[in-house]
Design a protein around this ligand. Sequence first.
Ligand code: KIV
Length: 269
Amino acid sequence: MSKESVIRRVTAPQIAARKGGEPIVSLTSYHAHTAAIVEKYADFILVGDSLGMVMHGMENTLGVSIELMIVHGKAVVRGTKRALIVVDMPFGSYEESPEVAFRNAARIMKETQCGAVKLEGGVSMAETIRFLTERGIPVMGHTGLTPQSTHVMGGFKTQGRDEEQWPDLIADAKAVEEAGAFAVVLEGLVEPLARKITGEISIPTIGIGASAACDGQILVLEDMLGLGDWAPKFVKVYGKLGPMIEEAVKTYAEEVKDRSFPGEDQVYR
Ligand code: KIV
């Protein structure tokens, strides 16, 4: 391979260096094909555990296994050349201890060849984030609305509506920063709080339902493409993939039934 043909992937430190600069573009992706399209425009791609819901029909993300994350992580790494690929650590794979988290994060990185992992939690996960980053694993944090804690939080609720919640939410983002994370996802935060956190920490904040005040944005690809019949309220739906797929399948079914498919030119001779 010639030196010129090597395409270097975006790295975690390069994302960290974008703090306060050009907004960081990111999306989730769970297959090789969509990832190849997404990386033309995104700085990093998240293989998020939301795949349990949008790909596998689960009610929440709690049932997602490491094996499932690895299968999709491998597909996304195979389908891309340039974007940083971040793989979520699923529920139960990191909370027990820093050592367990390291073992599972190292497995995810070895098997998928991704460039970083993401895990949920602030102050309570700071020790684990430090343990991983000191051992060569770039970590993206995730605070605010943390879907893996849905049962503790009482559902998917916007955080920070009550200003009394702010000190804890700010402390979470700061703890993640101080522990060595290269960026932090802020999910479901009211705008003034997202703006305050973004102004007070030195790593990029990546918003999802947390306003344009963040250093970058992320959306779940299937939601923004309009693939399902439901998307969270804050999601701007850019496509109509669900109806497009239905129309294509309906036309195909009609053609099969009236024997106009396959046509002459679709038959091997
Ligand atoms: O799993 C996921 O899709 C995520 C995003 C909501 C950031 O963690």
